[in-house]
Ligand binder design. Structure first.
Ligand code: GLY
Ligand code: MN
Ligand code: MN
Length: 435
């Protein structure tokens, strides 16, 4: 791990703060049932600035003349380490992760008032964890109670997450290297899923192939719940049951990506259960692929956030008119938004430590311009539910194609391009697997 990259981020944030104290806790552990916990996942903001993965930790950054970064974390505990594994302890963490100072998390509530006293600004993001907010409020009130001793409490509270969001939006080399590796693992997982798919198998059997490839590649978790949706299930946008049998003649939509060292990847592919696209499936697939190509062509510096979406919508609307699934003129369909019956979500989102990553999409009233180093998904789709006014041949065709795009100096790079996408490539992968 490149600890210097994390220290450099802390220093950039400290420089922006000018004067004041930032308090950034990691995520709490969460019980699943009785004494069993969900697998622990650190808070993305905390990790971005610390590289520290243990629970029960808080980062405090003091900006100003006596600038320093302080970690509060669990003590070493020989007994607990026998049961739960290694703990760095404050001294070990300070040295390994290059903090200026580290203390026991047991001292946090006691020390916080002194850290806040006589500082103009508290940088904290309220409202994400009520229990932690209450500790901040208690510390503020302890400083306020001390005014007769000459102390004063911060008079401003600023949202530190909003400041870090701006930093997280532009990926550094360290992040890009990790995201490329995550993308490669996920692309391999989709290929493996294509090879394993047959009529009569179940969605969960294909999901197992994805999970195998994720874990084998070194990923800790899926970045989000995998969607493995055969036939009509593909028209349920957040389908997660993954328990149905796969039928000859149906499509299979898979939206799945791994998380690697905290970074998400996010890929969707849609392919025929039997390895050959039927005529109507082919028509809709080519339409979605063309819409994705139109969106990708708009991902470059100088374009704004919404231009890829507008391009995808326009291509889809024209294609739906050509297929006679919509009636009227292109302008009319765009104006009325009738296409929403078949395409009801947006074409992408920022991608990074969170699958729907940090960062505003508008600055004031205008869409944010794309600049090199941003990572976004490009994921148009078309979902056709049974209806009297829709030819039966199109019923239950649900298709989405999703890649992860890095904005470069003169366009974009699809870091997920290794996942087969053209009809002939997908059919060839499946044909080879069936032989
Ligand atoms: N898999 C979540 C998304 O595509 O946004
Ligand atoms: Mn996505
Ligand atoms: Mn996705």
């Amino acid at each position: 791990m490149n600890i210097e990259a994390f220290r450099a981020r802390r220093n950039r944030l400290l420089a922006q703060m000018e004067r004041g104290v930032a308090v950034i806790p990691t995520a709490p552990e969460r019980a699943r049932n009785r004494d069993t916990h969900y697998p622990y996942r650190f808070d993305s903001y905390f990790y971005y600035l610390s590289a520290f993965r243990e629970p029960e930790a808080v980062l405090v950054l003091v900006a100003g003349d006596e600038q320093k970064s302080i970690l509060f974390c669990r003590d070493k505990d020989v007994e607990r380490e026998i049961w739960d594994g290694y703990r760095h302890g404050p001294d070990g963490a300070r040295e390994t992760f290059a903090f200026d100072v580290a203390h026991s998390i047991g001292k946090f509530d006691e020390m916080l008032p002194d850290l806040l006293a006589n500082q103009p600004t508290l940088f904290h993001s309220m409202g994400h964890d009520d229990a932690f907010d209450a500790r901040i409020v208690a510390a503020l009130n302890r400083v306020r109670a001390n005014t007769r001793a000459g102390q004063h409490a911060p008079t401003q509270i600023r949202d530190v997450r909003a400041m870090v969001d701006e930093m997280r939006l532009i990926k550094d080399e360290h992040e890009l290297a990790t995201m490329r590796r995550a993308a490669a693992i996920s692309a391999e997982a989709h290929r493996r899923a294509m090879q394993a798919t047959r009529p009569g198998r179940h969605e969960y059997e294909v999901e197992a192939e994805l999970l195998h490839a994720f874990r084998r590649g070194g990923s800790e978790f899926p970045a989000y719940s995998s969607i493995v949706a055969g036939g009509a299930n593909a028209c349920v946008l957040h389908y997660v049951e993954n328990d149905a049998m796969l039928n000859d003649g149906d499509l299979l939509l898979i939206d799945a990506g791994c998380e690697l060292n905290g970074y998400a990847s996010d890929i969707t592919r849609t392919f025929p259960v039997n390895g050959r696209y039927s005529g109507p499936q082919r028509d809709v697939y080519q339409l979605v692929l063309a819409a994705q190509a139109a969106a990708i062509a708009e991902i470059r510096p100088g374009r704004h956030w919404n231009e890829p979406h507008d391009a995808a919508v326009k291509a889809l609307a024209q294609g739906l008119l050509d297929l006679k699934l919509l009636e009227g003129s292109l302008d009319g369909v765009l104006e009325s938004a009738d296409y929403r019956r078949f395409y009801m979500h947006r074409t992408g989102h920022w991608l990074g430590l969170d699958v729907h990553d940090a960062g505003e999409y508008k600055i004031g009233d205008t869409w944010r311009p794309l600049v090199p180093g941003m990572m976004l998904t490009v994921e148009p789709g078309c979902y056709i539910r049974p209806a009297d006014d829709v030819p039966r041949a199109f019923w239950n065709i649900g298709i989405r194609i999703e890649d992860d795009a890095l904005v470069t100096a003169d366009g974009c790079e699809l870091i997920t391009a290794a996942a087969p996408k053209r009809i002939e490539d997908i059919e060839a992968v499946m044909r080879d697997a069936h032989q």
